[in-house]
Design a binder for this molecule. Sequence first.
Ligand SMILES: Nc1ncnc2c1ncn2[C@@H]1O[C@H](COP(=O)(O)OP(=O)(O)OP(=O)(O)O)[C@@H](O)[C@H]1O
Ligand SMILES: [Mg+2]
Length: 455
Amino acid sequence: MYTDSQKVGWLEGIIEAVHDGILVIDRNGVVRLINEEYSKITGVEKDQIIGRPLIEVRPGALLPSVLRDGKTREGIFRKEKSKEYVVDMAPICSQNEIIGAVSICKSISEVYELTKELKRSKTRLKQLEKAFGNLHQAKYSFSNIVGNNESLKKVVDQAKKVAASDLNVFITGESGTGKELFAQAIHNESKRRNDPFVPINCAAIPSSLLESELFGYEEGAFTNSKDGGKIGLFELANHGTLFLDEIGDMPLNLQGKLLRVLQEGTFRKIGGLTEQKVDVRIIAATNKNLLNMIQKNHFREDLFYRINAVHLRIPPLRERKNDISSIILSIFEKQNWKLPIISQDVMQILQAYDWPGNIRELKNAIHYAVNMSQQNEIRFDHLPETIKKQFSNNQTQKASSLSLDHLIRETERKAIMNALKITGLSVEGKKKAATLLGISLASLYNKMKKLNIAP
Ligand SMILES: Nc1ncnc2c1ncn2[C@@H]1O[C@H](COP(=O)(O)OP(=O)(O)OP(=O)(O)O)[C@@H](O)[C@H]1O
Ligand SMILES: [Mg+2]
């Protein structure tokens, strides 16, 4: 146990260590204790004040009134000569009796510095918020969707209608058909347009990191976690739209957590103790067949129905080849390029090509051709290799289908198939077919083998 004088020693040590100025008076208003910081702030030294009634040394002091009414006072501004400071005052009570009072003061210059720092931080926060806002803005709208094809126009109309609602949207379409373009256009036409549009590609982020990307984590949630934790994309997208691209690649355990957010409107950060509310519209996209995935238990059916309030299927370019020329035109307009002469045969080749990479591939092909052609003309040899190759293969196929050998084989195949259709495939049938065709049975068997006709 400590003696009383040891206790006082401890107390004085603590009081000296405090960064604020402290002055204590007893129940008679006599100053019992001040610390170094008090002297620094007010300019009053220990030997001028200790053991003397406060009111004598500092006639304007308010602390004696705390002894009388027992009330605390906060943020009192004091100015004496050149010294300015802010004071908090409180009574010291023991067994329901006021036995003294304490005054705690802070130099104004420190308060001033802190205020300046706060102002700087606020400005920085505003700048960051602005930068963040720009980062999470959707830049495309419906006016950027080029095409007059009927099936495309139907999807655009459907998308415009759904933009006015707050329903979740599920977009399917092959790679490069414009899924993200549609998602942005819907967001920009919706009432959430002034809030963030946050895209995330579930296939591009390792599944071990996807959870912390989506939901964030609290500080110290795991080793190497960032100081201050991490804000997840759900929180960033609050009041806006979260675009879950390639949702078919989301791991099953996360699908469960996603479903919970969609159902409850709340989520919990990794390592977090409390649920956080969020208001986010989901637009999900994939080029995978989710129904097949559901059958194989790779995708949760309940989640599928949650995200699939409205389904938009964007047709591939090969189903709307009549849009190719307007898309080409829009590329030149957007780039402010002079429209080159595109020869008729090049247009025919572009029309015949099946565009597995859809609009993205068409855009790339045009950029490539423009770079290859130094004049204001795009010819066959300026086209990308893949397109030229498919065209050449088609030509070879067409040419070989014209060869005499090919024609004879096809005629023989048709004649044998027709004969077998009449006579049937039994041995008897084949004998009759051989007679009908005017050849021996052995020769019929030979030809069937050569022409790959099933026995
Ligand atoms: N109808 C369209 N009119 C004009 N440009 C389009 C159209 N559709 C798509 N594009 C353009 O094609 C490119 C690919 O579009 P987007 O990224 O939206 O496709 P995606 O379906 O999301 O592709 P992926 O499956 O590869 O993610 C973008 O540059 C986009 O602006
Ligand atoms: Mg995409």
